[in-house]
Design a protein. Structure first.
Length: 183
């Protein structure tokens, strides 16, 4: 497994997740639209770059965790996006919570470039991210899931492969419905 990981999205969930990767011994390359959010990570050993394209150019695994479907599509396919710098056989792990249909579409577009995708939405909130105790529901090829297992072990405690691309998002939706029903 690659020990150099790209990380895009340093918000409430992303920042502590990236910190946990650094603590686990990964070399982490970070990008965030608001560049100042990367400073704490730089002080802990991360390298900050100026675009998602640069993140992809310097790694073979790129993690995204941003707010919604348009943001995921923008960092991957937009100007200076991941797609412009990524190498064949690399992996994009989207840990955002977005629609299953959009996830399948993104996976198809990445596959055309020889790039693998895992959808890996998380549950556990900010404290789970800080503690490295997230639940991670993964969709995508099982071989790619296994290749990336050390990354997931640095981020979560309940790591479950649930099927093909989009299924991680489906299981996350079911989880949200069950939580709302319980409340």
């Amino acid at each position: 497994m690659e020990k150099r990981v790209g990380f895009i999205g340093l918000g409430i969930m992303g920042k502590p997740m990236a910190i946990n990767l650094i603590k686990a011994g990964f070399d982490v390359i970070v990008y965030n639209r608001t560049a100042s959010k990367a400073e704490r990570l730089v002080s802990q050993g991360a390298k900050k770059v100026d675009s998602p394209m640069q993140v992809a150019a310097e790694t073979t695994v790129v993690i995204t965790i941003v707010s919604d479907t348009p943001d995921v599509e923008s960092v991957i396919f937009g100007e200076n996006g991941v797609i412009e710098g990524i190498k064949p056989d690399s992996v994009v792990i989207d840990m955002s919570t977005i629609s299953p249909e959009a996830t399948r579409s993104i996976a198809t577009r990445l596959k055309e470039k020889g790039v693998h995708m895992l959808d890996a939405p998380v549950s556990g909130g900010e404290q789970g991210a800080i503690d490295g105790a997230l639940s991670i529901m993964l969709g995508g090829d099982v071989e790619i899931f296994e290749r990336c297992q050390p990354i997931f072990q640095a981020l979560g405690k309940n790591i479950i492969h649930v099927g093909s691309n989009g299924m991680g998002q489906v299981v996350k939706l079911v989880n949200q419905i069950l939580v709302a029903g319980t409340l």
